[in-house]
Design a protein around this ligand. Structure first.
Ligand SMILES: C[S@@+](CC[C@H](N)C(=O)[O-])C[C@H]1O[C@@H](n2cnc3c(N)ncnc32)[C@H](O)[C@@H]1O
Length: 440
């Protein structure tokens, strides 16, 4: 049944179902939430539903431990929707400014929508018990590392290994709400002028120390409230992601491959940063590539967009070499957990080896497509060394005509090869960049 045809539901029942889809069925938060928002009995509750879903997932690993402590015995598999509702209730009690009696009443009422009448008493009793014993429970859950950091053990361990000096800071940053950051189209206006335009609309924004085109909004707004959004004057893009176009050192007329381009944030940026590029945007996912087209249309820009596998150029390449290649590779997303808290549940440790192999296949396949003297920029929104500097170290060792061009910058940390930004440092998402030149 289409979302529009489904029975309208209350916000807490829908939040529990979104959590269930993510935690039990491996669905992405973005997609499930969008469909749940269409089923709201009161469309005005849309922001509330979003807050409950993002928050419950952000703190899932803590709420899960607390709920398990409260339950005398685990709920049956078929009653995981009630478990999720309990997490939504606990999230409200712990993190939202809603009066306790309203949280308990509304959460218990949501049981009805889940058609589990028997669970009313249970949810009521457990939420009240939590209220009475929050302090005692806190001492208990603080002993549990997953609950304390609100992350799965494998991410905590990897971060401890990769960033022994910084892992706590990264875990903490992952649990913060990210700022909304925009990129101002420098072809049409200046950052200072656009900031003034925002101020006139009552939207406060600050400059970013390292990225001239970026403005960090004090409060998130609907994109359509941003002056000139429809005309491509501004795009939503984290400051770290805005570094790619500059690193490519584009010149008018260059032939450029954006090998993993969807949804097109960096594609549009490149086209707006440098005129007359002959840009080929490639992505394996046709639906996501359609979003690139929408982005380009909004910016009044054009590029040749192809659906294809970057690791198999024979299926899409016309034989003409590129002077620049951007490989913004598929990755764990471990640098953007603050924006996508469902990553904590959807990814597993085993994924990292697979991702590393896919990234290596893409790099190996596009390297012959780069002209001698040309440059490839490799980027990920990951903080795991296996996907980043280890990947590039291996690549540099394997190809004798590949030389790293060191990035001379104030942002991030220099690695053995490339440069790493950790999430939250300097306000940015976690990102990795490396520039590799092809010897002539
Ligand atoms: C990190 S996202 C790219 C974000 C994009 N560059 C931007 O700035 O908006 C990675 C993209 O790689 C695509 N992808 C994954 N494997 C691919 C492959 N083998 N060939 C081409 N694209 C691939 C995914 O569909 C996804 O859209």
């Amino acid at each position: 049944m289409s979302a529009a045809g489904k029975k309208k539901q209350t916000v807490r029942a829908l939040a529990a179902q979104v959590l269930l889809q993510v935690s039990e069925r491996g669905q992405s938060l973005n997609r499930t939430l969008a469909s749940a928002q269409q089923q709201l009995a009161r469309p005005a509750d849309s922001a509330l539903l979003q807050e409950m879903c993002y928050g419950s997932l952000r703190w899932y690993y803590r709420l899960d431990v607390i709920a398990s402590m409260l339950l005398k015995k685990p709920l049956k598999q078929r009653d995981q929707d009630i478990f999720c509702l309990l997490l939504v209730g606990l999230y409200q009690l712990e993190f939202m400014h809603i009066p306790t009696h309203a949280v308990v009443k509304e959460t218990v009422d949501a049981v009805q929508a889940l058609r589990k009448q028997w669970a009313k008493g249970l949810v009521n009793a457990l939420l009240r018990e939590y209220q009475r014993n929050a302090e005692r429970l806190r001492t208990q859950w603080q002993q549990d590392e997953e609950a304390r950091y609100a992350h799965p053990a494998w991410i905590i361990e990897r971060l401890q290994q990769d960033w022994p000096q910084h892992y706590q800071q990264v875990l903490d940053a992952n649990n913060q709400r990210p700022p909304m950051v925009v990129r101002v189209n420098q072809q049409q206006t200046t950052t200072a002028h656009y900031r003034q335009q925002l101020r006139e609309q009552g939207i406060d924004a600050r400059l970013c120390e390292f990225v001239d085109s970026a403005l960090i909004l004090e409060q998130a707004v609907n994109v359509y409230e941003l002056p000139g959004f429809d005309e491509g004057l501004v795009s939503v893009q984290d400051a770290a992601a805005q570094l790619a176009a500059g690193l490519l050192q584009l010149q008018p007329g260059m032939r450029v491959l954006d090998a993993c381009c969807a949804p097109g944030g960096k594609t549009l940026h490149m086209l707006q940063a440098c005129t007359q590029l002959q840009l080929v945007g490639l992505d394996i996912d046709a639906d996501r590539l359609a979003q690139v087209q929408q982005n380009l249309d909004r910016g009044g820009s054009s590029a040749e967009l192809l659906v294809g596998d970057a690791a198999i150029p024979a299926s899409w390449w016309d034989g003409r070499v590129f002077e620049r290649i951007l490989v913004d590779a598929p990755c764990s997303g471990s640098g953007v957990i603050r924006r996508h808290p469902d990553i904590k549940l959807l990814r597993s440790n085993a994924d990292i080896n697979n991702l590393q192999n896919r990234q290596a296949d893409i790099l190996a396949a596009v390297w012959p497509l780069l002209a001698p003297g040309g440059m490839l920029v490799y980027s990920t929104c990951s903080v795991f060394r296996q996907e980043n500097e280890q990947q590039i170290n291996t690549f540099l060792n394997r190809y004798s005509d590949a030389r790293e061009r060191r990035i001379d910058a104030q942002w991030g940390f220099p690695c053995e090869s490339g440069r790493q930004i950790l999430p939250g440092t300097q306000g940015m998402d976690g990102f990795y960049y490396a520039c590799v030149e092809k010897q002539t």
